[in-house]
Design a protein around this ligand. Sequence first.
Ligand code: 1GP
Length: 251
Amino acid sequence: MSNLLQQIYTIKNEHKKGLAVLIDPDQPSESVLNIVQLCKSHLIDFIFVGGSLVTSGVLSKTLQIIKSHFEGPVYIFPGNEFMIDEQADGILFLSLLSGRNPEYLIGKQIVAAPTLAKSNLDIVPTAYLLIDGGRETSVSYISNTKPIPADKPDIASATALAGKLMGMQCIYMDAGSGALHCISPKMIAQVKKQVHLPLIIGGGIRNAEAALNAYKAGADIIVIGNGAEDDKSLIQTIANVRNTIGHSIEV
Ligand code: 1GP
């Protein structure tokens, strides 16, 4: 099992919750450094690095900054097959199961596979489900796929279940960066109930209430990206939610 999954299972077994901060490499180095230092001081569990449009030069420079200041696990959240860099600890090996574009279901994975197989990266087979968050996101536009409608938890859980049956070891449900609405607790709860795999939830989480709702509904890890870029205090706010949630929740 991948190291990342082992860490998530440890968090789950201790009845805790995890928090990942997503860093978009397409921002000034000072801003990356600022976020990384906050991740360090608030003991963020994981840093994810990525975005829909990232060139390898920028990725490398961003990973350099992160790895020289943050000792925790750093995973690439790739938008394409070029985003592979061994400075990271691992990579979410995503298949965009919510979409019907073969390039994002399997095409890019085939191009990346020989390089990944030779690397030391910890590879996490991940079913990636894009959920409608109220506006068109970069992922939806770039991948030329439609998200799962926000009010169709049955479709989300059937999709996640298909991912599990195909051997994927983790589910990432994402309303997309900058989503207007987060994924509903109802959808999170239904997926969690039907698919007993580590569940990562992201997209549009910008306050403590949204984080709490996602955790309570069954998210094991939540991801914050844009919100932390716009308001650096959000990292501490959500870390506090994660810290206090402890044994109070059983899902
Ligand atoms: C996007 O899930 C991540 O892929 C984070 O979303 O930037 O909206 O926090 P935000």
